[in-house]
Design a binder for this molecule. Structure first.
Ligand SMILES: Cc1cc2nc3c(=O)[nH]c(=O)nc-3n(C[C@H](O)[C@H](O)[C@H](O)COP(=O)(O)O)c2cc1C
Length: 223
């Protein structure tokens, strides 16, 4: 099969995969609360209540030194008036990118509900205490891996990793309160938060909250 033929087969195959199968919830923007945190928590609660998988997983997008975009999935660690929290290693690529460009975007998608939430804004590293508390809440293996401070570096062979991990786990066993000082709890304080609700008839609803000093303006968007 030539590349063109293969490409058209893949296109047809993709076209036939159903999206927004539903049943989808209704979203009435005129009833949306004044604060996006409230609406976000209500959508997240819906996802949890309906048993959606990994409802607190989100894509974190950053830019590197050259201005090239990068993205990966992370777990949401908290949400409050100060913003949306996530955690990672300061020496990882995302850690370096956030040190150079402390701005990011977060994207959530709950397919069964046809709901997407997009946020953009500045990112600040949390206090040493908050980052340490997050570090200590992680599993021993996750802490042992973080202590190696080698995330996303080339790995020559898995035996080398297993050996290093074993040593790191033994260290944690001897010092259970050991904290990696480069582990960071970050907060993204959104300048804008967009709620996107799919509809079966493809007339999707979009509502963007834009920060205006102390409050938020709510704006409908064309889809
Ligand atoms: C569902 C899921 C949750 C994840 N949660 C985290 C997390 O909370 N923190 C983290 O640093 N990496 C997490 N990862 C791994 C990241 O996606 C990524 O591989 C890693 O952080 C390295 O990214 P970087 O090279 O861009 O720094 C998670 C991956 C998945 C699929």
């Amino acid at each position: 099969m030539g590349d063109g033929e293969h490409g058209s087969t893949v296109r047809g195959w993709l076209r036939n995969i159903e999206v927004f199968a539903g049943p989808l919830p209704e979203f009435l923007p005129e009833h949306a609360p004044a604060d996006p945190v409230r609406l976000f928590l209500s959508w997240l609660s819906d996802a949890v209540a309906d048993g959606l998988r990994d409802p607190h997983a989100m894509t974190l997008s950053t830019v590197d030194e050259a201005g090239d975009p990068d993205a990966r999935v992370l777990i949401l660690k908290g949400v409050d008036g100060s913003g949306w929290q996530f955690a990672g290693h300061g020496f990882s690529p995302k850690g370096h990118q956030l040190a150079v460009h402390p701005r990011a975007a977060l994207t959530f998608y709950w397919p069964e509900h046809g709901r997407q939430v997009r946020l953009r804004g500045p990112v600040t590293p949390g206090s040493t205490e908050d980052s340490a508390a997050d570090f200590l809440s992680r599993s021993a293996t996750a802490r042992a891996e973080a202590l190696l401070a080698r995330q996303s570096q080339y790995l020559a062979d898995t035996a080398e990793r297993d050996q290093a991990l074993e040593k790191s786990l033994a260290l944690i066993e001897r010092q259970p309160s050991l904290v990696d000082s480069a582990w960071t709890l970050y907060t993204l304080a959104p300048a804008e938060v967009e709620f996107w609700q799919a509809a079966r008839n493809r007339v999707h609803t979009r509502l963007r909250y834009e920060r205006t000093g102390a409050g938020w303006e709510r704006l409908l968007l064309w889809s």
